[in-house]
Structure formats: C-alpha cells, structure tokens
Design a protein around this ligand. Structure first.
Ligand code: 7RM
Length: 650
C-alpha cells in the first residue's frame, strides 16, 4: 500500500457538496453510533412521504429477519413520482437514448401517466394484485422502468431478469417466483443490430411455467415474433385504453418490493427479497450523499435494469431524489468507442457511473477518444462492481474527468440494496482503488469469524455488524439459506452478523480495500490466496490489460495458480516464455513466490457476464481440462470460451 497518491476533493466540489468535510462525515458517523435508531428515525422522517407514520424504527426480535419502520404505510411510487408533481412536473425524469440514436424525454408528469396507465393495465386486464409476482424481461427502454414502477404502484412484486440471460435461466427464475405475468419486448438493438427477447420467453415458457397466465409484449423493434393467442398481449394496443390515474396501493414498510436473483456459491440463484420503506430511504439518501445530486443535474448510470445497480441507481434512487436519470439502450462501442463520451457531451451529464470493466474496454479502444468531446459538465464519476485497477482509475480520472472529478468507488451488493462503502465526493480524500470508508449509519467492519477487528494489512471478513434499512430481508422461498448464506459465518459479541462474502483489509489510515470474494480463495501449499490479489499483481505488468486467476489441483501444493492473461497490445506473444517469467516476477514482488503462476495462458478475452463479472467457474474447468457444463449463453462474448480452450490445449 505504499506510494498510493491521495486525491483531496477540490474546493469547487466542497463548496457545493451536501457533506463538505471529513468533520461533517465523522459527525454523522458519531450520530449513528450514539443513537442508532434515532439516526434512522430522523432520516426516515425527513426523507419519506409517509401515508401513515411508523410506530417503531427497528424490530430485531426475530434476527436476522430484521424489520424496519414498523407499521408505516407508504407507496414507493408516490415517493418517486407523485410528490414531485408540485415542484417538478415538467422536469425530465428520464432521458433515454436508443442505440440507433432515437431519443425520448419523459417528464415527471408524463412518467406519472405512463406508470398509472401501466398499473391500471396490470390490474384491470391481467388481474394482478398486491403480492403477485411479475417477471420483467426487457431491454433498456423506458418501458422497463415504467413496468417496475407500475408493479410498485399496485403492490405487485417485480422480478427483473437481465435481458442477456438464456431461456433456461429465465425459466428457473419464473418457476422459483411462481410469476403470474411476464412483461417483455419483441427485442431491441445491440451492436447496431436488432436482437430478440420474445422468442427467449417462448422457449422459457415451453415447460414448467404453469404459473404464468399471460405475456405482455412491448413493441420496440417490430421484428417478426410468434404470437400465442390467448396468452400474449400487445402492450402498445392495450395501453391506449387505460386511464392515467391509478390509486397507489397502501403498502406496509415491510411488504416486499421486488425480488432480484443473484448467484451464490452453489448453482441455484437466490431470489434476494427487498422491502419498501428501508430500500427507498437508502436509495434516495445515497443519491444525495454519494452522487450529491442537485436539482439541475443530469445523472447517468450505465448499468442494466436487470442488475441491482439498475434498480437502485437508474430507477428508484434517482426518481426518489427527484433527479433526471439517463438510460441508454446499447453497447458503449457502437458506432465507435466515443459513443458514451459523445452522449456525456450532448446531454451535459453531471454524474457518470459505470463499471471498471467498461472503463478498461474504452481505455483500450480509445486512449484519447474522450478528448474529442467536451466533458466539462462532469462533476462526479463513479465505479461499481469490482475493484478498479490504478491504470484504469488514472485514465478515468484524467481523461474522462479532466483531473477535477472525484471518483466514488462504491462497494455494495445485490443484498445490500444500496451503497455501503464509498467516498463522499465533497469530503473524502480518495486513494485510487479503495472504496474508502463506510457510509454514515453503515457498520462495515473487517473482522475474523469471532468478531475481532483486523489490524491494518490483515485480511479479514467484510461484515456489516448492524442491520441497515435497505438490507436483504430473506431469500424468496428459502429462509434457511438466507440465514446460512449471510449469517452463518461471522459473529460479533456472540451474535451472528451479516457476512458479505468478500474479503477486505484496512490500510494504515483505516481505508478499506476490497480483496475479492472469499469464495474464490485458493490454497497453495497451505497458504490461502485471493485470486483477486494475484490478478492485481499481474495487472501491474505494463503489458497486461486484464487477467483472471483460478486454482488448479496440484499434486504437491494442493492447488496451483493458473492465470489467463489478456494483453493490451496486439504485438503478439512471440516472447511467451519471457512474458511468463516477467509476470511471475511481478507476482513475486507484490505477494511472494508462493503465489507464482505455474501456467499462464495468453488469451484474447475473458468469459464475462454482460455486467462484467468474470465467470471463474468456466476458467477453472478449462484449466483442469474439463468439459464446460455451464450455460455460456449469458456471456458477453460466448465465442471466447472456444478460443481459450484452443490456446490452453495447444
Ligand atoms: C453492485 C454489485 C457484488 C459483489 C461484491 C464484490 C463486488 C461490487 C465493488 C466490488 C470491489 C467495488 N452487486 N464489488 N462493488 N468489489 N469494489 N466497488 O455489483 O451483487 O452484483 O455484486 O461485487 O465482490 O460482493 S452484485
């Protein structure tokens, strides 16, 4: 951790930010420490438009099934839409751009009508009631947000399934949730071409989906799709008949708002269940604290609504905060690597939030591309999803942010609902690659399994040791798995605490550095090593663009390191032996000789999900020479698997 530069917030940012100094940050932290319930009580009263006030802040009598804001009544869509109609009815709520370049601006008043008509359609035409599950399998079009909010309006529980998932994956989720309705689109545009979603739904529904009564299809690209009379309905036709006012269902604070399936360490995805009040409170508050969202800002998060980042930071958070949220349909490199920079310029984006994997891709494809555009509107940059390497960080900071925008490296998970650990743009001195400090009210601690706090530079379990309002409430249909997965590993003061699955360390200044999933640890000669640590080391080699490390069974050492390396340049790898040696030198330098790679494969790309997560299970199988049993259809580029196999086998 030596030689890490520190970037203080600029005077300009400090002047305007809500939280203007570390003193202000620490005083909020103290407030939460002194009177935990009082802290959340104050914020919930200040921020939420309650239909009926709650009688108790926190019920921990049935831990870890914590309940927040007991007895409170609200509707999340009132928080996101209705309450803005007095002051902001003609303000852009959503600015959308399709990949082909088509545009839509939806004001708060228009959003009100769209969501209400949609809600009426669900209720009147499909008989959807409070508590029913609705699966949303959609591209990045405004109707995806309308659909989510329409469910919330009437108290239905939505389960958005990422549009890149296969029919199999979609079916599993439909069946587990016992969904009554599937909302989809004919298709959309990606990489300059139309692609189809509805046929995937048809295949998914071809078996085991008896719960599904109807499919509602939104027309996006008017491609030919097959139609099942009596099951499939045309949204664009039906919506015309619905009225633009629908009474919001009165929801309890703890009624489920949505399910979102996420992978665990075993095969079956977990239906992470979120609540109403706690979730929306934290979504809104973190928009204000972390993105310092202001009335005139245009905010853009490039995630997909199929992931938690899209839920909290494209739809619910920005709208609850009364912000203007941008939505983009396609890929970042269409028609060229300047697409996003052009959009930031054109829409005068103030906050830009994306994933390190996208930053690395755009860096690789166009080092100087951002210079062609006027990006001066940017005030705050953000990253999420994985640790960001110094190289990518510096490029993002200098070339995209012009050296003046703080980068908020936000650590959080599907299960946490919103940001947990992040810099505050007007307060936190930033160290590139560190998520810095827990947000006020969040008791994130690095501990051992007994709850002892780790010393600086000692890796430990990243835990949240007090409940927080936006936390996962349970796993749908599987409360035992909820308890075991999250509360079965670590204790503090004898009581089970939430374990994130991630490892982390404090540095000498108390900054938090995420080391990666603990479930990706490998054991070499009795030494436990995070694959992420070795990857970071390899990443220090100047020619390495990115890499992934997996453990491979080894006769003597237990496991050995197998590294898959993508080079930055296309100069070829004629010097493979020399390069392997150099890579092992950087590993040895950063960690020690025990972490050296026995095998290094130079590959053209890594198998990644479209949200940028490397599928290590596939790489482990390749390293072992096993057949790939896993579904590769959800990968960003499924063809890369075959290419890697060929390289490894040769
Ligand atoms: C928001 C999201 C969660 C996992 C988490 C980490 C990793 C996320 C960061 C990060 C380092 C970050 N939800 N992760 N953010 N690692 N720095 N800023 O990604 O449920 O899909 O994934 O992602 O391992 O446990 S998620």
């Amino acid at each position: 951790m030596e030689n890490i530069p520190i970037f203080d917030p600029s005077e300009e940012i400090k002047k305007v930010a809500r939280i203007k100094s570390m003193d202000e940050y620490w005083s909020l932290v103290e407030e939460a420490k002194k009177d935990y319930e009082g802290f959340w009580d104050r914020l919930a009263k200040e921020k939420i438009d309650w239909i009926k006030p709650y009688s108790k802040v926190l019920d921990d009598s049935n831990a870890p099934f914590y309940k927040w804001f007991i007895g409170g009544k609200l509707n999340v869509t009132v928080q996101c839409i209705d309450r803005h109609l007095q002051k902001r009815k003609n303000k852009a709520a959503i600015i959308w751009e399709g990949e082909p370049g088509d545009k839509r601006v939806i004001t708060y008043l228009e959003l009100y009508y769209e969501v209400n008509r949609f809600a009426n359609l669900l209720k009147n035409r499909f008989g959807i009631k409070k508590g029913d599950r609705v699966v949303i399998y959609m591209p990045m079009i405004p109707e995806a947000a309308f659909a989510m909010l329409a469910c919330a309006r009437i108290g239905a529980i939505h389960s958005v399934v990422f549009g890149g998932f296969s029919a199999e994956a979609l079916r599993d989720r439909i069946v587990d949730a016992q969904a009554k309705l599937v909302i989809t689109a004919d298709g959309a545009y990606r990489r300059g071409k139309p692609y189809l979603l509805k046929p995937v739904v048809d295949v998914a529904l071809s078996k085991d989906c008896e719960s599904v009564e109807s499919v509602l299809v939104i027309r996006r690209n008017n491609e030919d799709i097959s139609w099942h009379e009596g099951r499939d309905y045309d949204y664009n036709e039906l919506i015309k008949n619905e009225s633009g006012h629908c009474e919001p269902e009165i929801m309890d604070s703890e009624d489920p708002l949505f399910l979102l399936y996420t992978s665990g360490s075993t095969g079956k995805p977990k239906g992470v269940q979120h609540s109403q009040a706690g979730y929306i409170l934290w979504a809104q508050l973190t928009m204000e604290w972390v993105f310092d969202i202001k009335e005139e800002d245009t905010y853009w998060c490039t995630a997909d609504v199929g992931w938690i980042t899209g839920h909290t930071y494209i739809v619910y958070g920005p709208l609850a905060a009364g912000a203007t949220t941008m939505m983009y349909e396609g890929v970042p490199v269409y028609p060229d690597a300047g697409r996003w920079w052009r959009m930031i310029d054109e829409y005068k984006v103030n906050q830009f939030y994306t994933a390190p994997t996208a930053i690395r891709l755009l860096h690789k494809m166009g080092e100087d591309e951002p210079e062609k555009y006027d990006l001066r509107s940017l005030r705050i940059l953000g990253t999420v999803g994985e640790p960001i390497n110094p190289d990518a960080w510096m490029w993002y900071f200098n070339k995209v942010g012009g050296g003046k925008c703080p980068i908020v490296d936000t650590w959080w998970q599907t299960e946490t609902g919103g940001h947990m650990i992040s810099p505050l743009p007007g307060a936190t001195p930033i160290k590139p690659g560190s998520a810095t400090f827990p947000l006020p009210g969040i008791f994130a601690e690095i501990i051992d399994t007994e709850g002892n706090k780790k010393e600086p530079n000692e890796k430990g379990y990243l835990c949240i040791t007090k409940p927080w309002p936006s936390m996962i409430r349970t796993i749908w249909n599987d409360p035992d798995r909820f308890v075991k997965s999250y509360f079965g590993t670590c204790k503090k003061d004898g009581k089970p605490v939430y374990f994130s699955g991630d490892g982390a360390i404090y540095d000498e200044d108390g900054y938090i550095w995420i080391t990666g999933r603990m479930d990706d640890v490998i054991n070499i000669s009795g030494h436990r090593l995070g694959t992420a640590e070795i990857e970071a080391a390899i990443g220090h080699h100047p020619r390495v663009a990115e890499c992934a490390v997996v453990g491979k069974p080894h006769e003597i050492k237990g496991e050995s390191v197998f590294a898959f390396v993508v080079l930055k340049d296309d100069e070829g790898i004629a010097d493979e032996v020399e390069l392997t040696k150099e890579i092992n030198e950087v590993i040895t330098k950063d960690i020690g000789p025990l972490a050296k790679a026995d095998e290094v494969a130079f590959v053209p790309g890594l198998p990644k999900t479209r949200s940028g997560k490397i599928m290590r299970r596939i790489l482990r199988a390749i390293a072992k020479g096993e057949e790939i049993k896993q579904d590769t259809s959800t990968l960003e580029d499924p063809s890369v698997v075959e290419k890697i196999i060929q390289i490894v086998q040769k």
